[in-house]
Design a binder for this molecule. Structure first.
Ligand code: PAF
Length: 278
């Protein structure tokens, strides 16, 4: 497995792969890999010949009071998992290799990012779009795989790719869950035993909205309130509990199958997100 620390080395490898006729599949990550990430690698392997995975905790997508400093990191374990999964190249840049001190260009999506996490985390999606655009230019993938767990992120990236004509096919892969329903996330490592139980409120709240819609409840406000109630019963502090159109991410008034329920909630000091297409 190749490990590259500079954009130059990474791009040289990708260009050589492309010259030899290989399709490159790409999985961008912030590391602390879990089975969810490995399922993205497996999905990429279905669409490409050589897989590149990046590990970069991107400082520009964290707000000043967010968890950049405490975001979990374990490079040695990540590399072992990549090797086992058959990743061909890992891109592991230092922040200084990614951002010039006087960097002054960024990528801004201005519609899909306006609600949900974008509204609560100002600048977050500018950081995400900018780093993903840079990673696409460095890794030169044919296909890139993102998790549905970050539903808004996947939508914003698809829009960026469409609007800026990146020659990359975006694939969204399903969220992997623990047996009790908790969506896999690197941040789950921060949960203590009590919080780990409370965190089940997210998937349960989503299930309650899905069940209610199936039983005929179409008022989106009622479904939102029901999700909030479930979250609060689990001792979670609700950031948002939304029912939205799955394409535009705009809140809906009348819920219909195909809408998406999205939640962000604080569990102790950890902010968790989850979603479910109804
Ligand atoms: O989803 C993530 O882990 C990050 O937002 C991404 C796409 C790797 C960009 O830093």
């Amino acid at each position: 497995m190749n490990i590259f620390h500079t954009p130059h080395e990474m791009t040289a490898w990708s260009q050589a792969q492309r010259r030899s006729g290989k399709r490159i599949g790409f999985v961008p990550t912030m590391g602390y890999l879990h089975a969810g990430h490995l399922s993205l690698v497996a999905e990429a392997q279905r669409h490409a010949d050589a897989i590149a995975l990046s590990i970069f905790v991107n400082p520009t997508q964290f707000g000043p009071h967010e968890d950049f400093a405490t975001y979990p990191r374990d490079e040695a374990r990540d590399l072992a998992l990549c090797r086992e999964a058959g990743v061909a190249a890992v891109f592991l840049p230092a922040p200084a290799a990614m951002y010039a001190p006087d960097a002054s260009v960024s990528v801004d999506e201005s519609a899909l990012q306006n609600g949900l996490c974008g509204a609560r985390r100002p600048g977050h999606f500018r950081g995400v779009c900018t780093v993903v655009a840079k990673l696409f230019n460095i890794v030169l993938p044919d296909v890139a795989v993102f998790g549905q767990k970050d539903f808004q992120q996947a939508a914003v990236i698809r829009r960026m790719v469409r609007d800026l004509n990146f020659p990359v096919t975006i694939i969204t892969a399903p969220t992997l869950r623990e047996p009790d329903g908790l969506a896999m996330s690197s941040r789950n490592v921060h949960l203590n035993a009590k919080e780990r139980q409370q965190a089940l409120g997210l998937s349960r709240a989503l299930a309650s909205a899905a069940d209610a819609l199936r039983a005929g409840e179409t008022s989106a406000d009622t479904l939102r309130q029901q999700m909030r109630d479930v979250l609060e019963q689990h001792g979670l502090r609700v950031d948002y509990a939304e029912i939205a159109d799955a394409e535009t991410l705009s809140p809906v008034t009348t819920a219909t199958p195909g809408n998406v329920a999205l939640i962000a909630a604080h569990c102790g000091n950890t902010r968790l997100i989850d979603n479910r297409v109804l």
